[in-house]
Design a protein around this ligand. Structure first.
Ligand SMILES: Nc1ncnc2c1ncn2[C@@H]1O[C@H](COP(=O)(O)OS(=O)(=O)O)[C@@H](OP(=O)(O)O)[C@H]1O
Ligand SMILES: Nc1ncnc2c1ncn2[C@@H]1O[C@H](COP(=O)(O)OP(=O)(O)O)[C@@H](O)[C@H]1O
Length: 205
């Protein structure tokens, strides 16, 4: 329960249906989860670009970026990560209600937090994408040098090293390596685009 009392929901004359018609698309949340270095941001940017080229409006909520502003008061303790995901879930819900395809890209390591975001979205408009990449691959990429610091004990509580990551039990899309090879960003984005097309998110409403 929240702390506000005596509050009332304000209805507006122009709703989600009208906004979706204006944009010729269906608002939803594409939630990309996975280890640091698994390719979340790369996939988010690739899908964003593909959608743009098809005249569809999307917006990326990237964990790293949001921690510079909205979530700059949060760290990486379990309760901070939970609050981080809750806030981003609420923002993503607003973007989806605005009619946009909102792409959230966060480690979001705890299943219950991701499931809570899913529960916020009506009509199963929550598309969970699991970047199922081996820790060894993520660590070998180490684009920001954080795994090296975590292995040296200079960062405590780093996901995958000394903090947990709980993979989804069931998700809409799972990106995996095939024969030990990772798909190109373009091919990964293609998997998401196909899903969005097949489920009618890119059709005129
Ligand atoms: N302790 C620890 N554990 C994991 N990640 C860490 C940590 N400290 C800093 N970073 C950097 O923060 C980025 C993850 O932020 P998120 O908001 O996505 O994390 S979370 O969803 O709240 O777990 C993550 O970015 P990505 O590499 O893009 O995933 C890291 O660059
Ligand atoms: N499909 C891919 N193939 C090759 N390299 C990739 C792929 N996806 C991501 N990368 C590279 O891996 C590194 C981490 O990717 P990034 O998208 O930043 O991951 P995350 O957002 O999960 O931390 C980057 O250097 C990126 O260029």
């Amino acid at each position: 329960m929240g702390n506000s009392t005596n509050i009332f929901w304000q209805e507006c004359p122009v709703g989600k249906i009208e906004r979706q018609r204006l944009l010729n698309q269906k608002g939803c949340v594409v939630w990309i989860t996975g280890l640091s270095g698994s390719g979340k941001s790369t996939l988010a940017c690739s899908v964003n670009r593909e959608l743009y080229s098809k005249g569809k409006l999307s917006y990326i909520l990237d964990g790293d970026n949001l921690r510079h502003g909205l979530n700059k008061d949060l760290g990486f303790k379990a309760e901070d990560r939970t609050e981080n995901i809750r806030r981003v879930g609420e923002v993503a819900k607003l973007f989806a209600d605005a009619g946009l395809i909102c792409i959230a890209s966060l480690i979001s390591p705890y299943r219950k937090d991701r499931d809570a975001c899913r529960a916020m979205l009506p009509d199963s408009n929550f598309i969970e994408v699991f970047m199922n990449m081996p820790l060894e691959l993520c660590e070998s990429r180490d684009a920001k040098g954080l795994y090296k610091l975590a292995r040296a004990g200079k960062i405590k509580g780093f996901t995958g090293i000394d903090d947990p990551y709980e993979p989804p039990l069931s998700c809409e899309i799972e990106i995996i390596q095939k024969n030990g090879v990772c798909a190109t960003p373009c091919d990964m984005a293609g998997e998401v685009m196909t899903y969005l097309e097949e489920k009618g998110y890119l059709q005129d409403q």
